[in-house]
Design a protein around this ligand. Structure first.
Ligand code: ARG
Length: 580
């Protein structure tokens, strides 16, 4: 363990045990970065009551038990009972040296590993894949990467909207327009238009409407020809989704598809089990769960309808079946639902109903990772000028085109330029989604997301390119500093600050994963890049006359910064162009 916050937490807990007895060793040491020292431990304030002693006295006892030792330059009690801790420079240098040689850069593995089920992306085949799905895809994918990197068993679940009444109409329309033509259109991303055409035919043509209705019935009855057509429809649609996934560079594969349709055979049983357990009751002809604590505006209990009065099942039924499957069969310890904020009530009710039914035990957490809406520059739901909802692919292409224009005058050959434009454009879109808290609404602004300054994708990519260019100039491989790192010397405040910042990477990853908040990682990486800039501007590296030891130490710090930024960006899923 090299992260000062983690090491300190352990040391303070040992001190608590030594000073007050083992029963205190488990208390949260409350370590925070501090303005007055490197860190502050605030545990004395929280323990004073329990110990019936003055907080300052408690703080002093902890400080005494911490001792001096090689880790600390200064341990001081201040204010009402804060413990201010300044680390020893040599200790910081030594930890940084260790991190350099560690292929995991100081990041540990969660033990025992937890099984984390992540439900994300989940576009609807019968409707459009809209910009909202872009954000759940990008945020969910980063959470999956992060969780897996920390040693958890990650199970991705792409809960596609691939079932339900619209498919009767869609299959009939597919037959009317010709199989081959329809499939080509779907694969080409025209699913939305296809749906709208089918819809207007449904509304204007009674004969078609009747056929669509019958088709729903044959689909539900499992008729083999109807299922064949449904499969064709879905396969073509998934091929289009896969195109978007591949442009985005997300880790979702066909193996992760677990659409609504897979729960279809379980829905009757789901309802029966809930009814027999007394969790679901009949109300106005529908089978409902009334999870405790949910009331409508009229103060009446709110129902989660799991079987409609016409006998049909709905979105909530599927989610009840899905949550049971995820806990019982997938053995989830944690389930993340990365879905838009408009579904908050739905998920709160599903979670409460599942707890009530005993399908979601106390030690399994289910969390709705709320995704805020993406807005247009007018502050309204994102649309094109003509009021249409924008196609995802157009949005991505526009980002790449704009990135391409921004680097036009840099003298790259065509192939290199195209590659950089792709990485910068897609990276900009992804980073913009990730760098604000996932539940906030945000305005899609190409100029801002593509800016080469500030907390943006292009700036972060540029920060890595700049460090690589230092090594190119020095004709050195940054990897040579990890196999045999030189002794680090932290002679200036900028070097010390950079080393300390780099050592905090593991804590940041853990907090970001625990809170399911990728924007914390973005903020850290941005801060790291800024700390590096200060270092770079005040500490000459390759300047002739720099003594060899200092030069080697500074190159090593640069190499560690590079690894940290690259690992961080990879966990966010942001591509890193080789040059910029
Ligand atoms: N397909 C849904 C939509 O686009 C999202 C599904 C989210 N996951 C779930 N288990 N309900 O709104």
């Amino acid at each position: 363990m090299t992260d000062p916050q983690l090491v300190l937490a352990e040391r303070v807990q040992q001190a608590l045990g030594a000073a007050f007895g083992e029963e205190y060793a488990g208390a949260d040491p409350l370590i925070r970065p501090s303005q007055f020292a490197d860190y502050q431990a605030n545990v004395a304030l929280s323990l004073a009551k329990r110990l019936r002693r003055a907080p300052r006295e408690v703080a002093q006892a902890i400080a005494d038990a911490l001792g001096s030792g090689e880790m600390f330059a200064k341990v001081e009690v201040s204010g009402p009972g804060f413990i201010n801790i300044t680390l020893d420079d040599r200790w910081i240098a030594e930890q940084a040296g260790q991190v350099l040689t560690d292929p995991r850069a100081g990041v540990g593995f969660t033990t025992p590993p937890r099984t984390v089920v992540i439900d994300y992306s989940a576009p609807n085949a019968a409707k459009e894949m809209h910009v909202g799905h872009l954000r759940t895809t990008i945020v969910g994918d980063s959470l999956a990467r992060l969780s897996a990197h920390l040693g958890n068993r990650v199970i991705r679940q792409n809960h596609l909207g691939d079932w339900g009444t619209p498919f009767g109409m869609l299959i009939e329309y597919l037959l009317d327009s010709g199989e081959a033509t329809s499939l080509a259109r779907l694969e080409n991303g025209e699913g939305n238009e296809f749906y709208q055409e089918a819809r207007s035919k449904f509304d204007g043509d009674d004969d078609f409407k009747e056929r669509a209705r019958r088709r729903v019935a044959t689909l539900q009855a499992g008729d083999s020809e109807t299922l064949r057509l449904w499969h064709l429809f879905m396969d073509a649609t998934v091929r289009y989704f896969n195109k978007i996934y591949s442009i985005l560079g997300v880790t979702l594969t066909d193996d992760d598809i677990a659409g609504e349709s897979i729960y279809n055979p379980l829905l009757a049983e789901t309802c029966d089990d809930l009814e027999q357990a007394g969790v679901a009751v009949m109300s106005e002809g529908a089978l409902c769960v009334f999870p405790p604590g949910f009331t409508g505006s009229d103060d009446k209990p709110l129902p989660l309808i799991i079987r409609k009065s016409d006998g049909g099942y709905g979105y909530a039924t599927t989610d009840m079946a899905a949550i049971r499957y995820r806990v019982r069969d997938l053995k989830a310890d944690r389930i993340l639902y990365v879905v838009g904020n408009e579904q908050s009530l739905h998920f709160q009710m599903v979670f409460a109903a599942a707890r009530h039914a005993g399908w979601l035990p106390e030690d399994v957490s289910a969390e709705h990772i709320v995704i805020g809406m993406m807005l247009g520059s007018d502050g309204r739901r994102f649309r094109t000028r003509s009021g249409q909802s924008i196609k995802l692919i157009d949005l991505l292409n526009e980002a790449v085109d704009r990135a391409d224009a921004a680097i036009a005058d840099r003298g790259y050959d065509d192939a290199t330029r195209a590659e950089i434009a792709r990485a910068v454009g897609i990276g900009a879109v992804k980073y913009a989604d990730l760098s604000v808290s996932h539940d906030s609404e945000y305005i899609l602004d190409f100029d801002r997301m593509l800016s080469f300054t500030g907390n943006t994708g292009p700036y972060m990519q540029y920060a890595t390119a700049r460090i690589r260019s230092i090594f190119r100039k020095a004709e050195l491989d940054p990897a040579s500093f990890t196999s045999a790192p030189p002794p680090l010397s932290l002679g200036t405040p900028a070097e010390r600050a950079l080393a300390l910042q780099l050592l905090e990477f593991p804590t940041v990853l853990e907090t970001a994963a625990a809170a399911a908040e990728p924007h914390r990682l973005c903020a850290y990486l941005y801060e790291t890049a800024s700390t590096f800039t200060t270092f770079y501007e005040s500490c000459p590296i390759l300047k002739p006359g720099t003594d060899p030891q200092t030069r080697a130490s500074r190159l090593a710090l640069s190499a560690l910064t590079l690894t940290t930024l690259q690992t961080g960006l990879t966990l966010l899923g942001v591509p890193i162009p080789a040059r910029m």
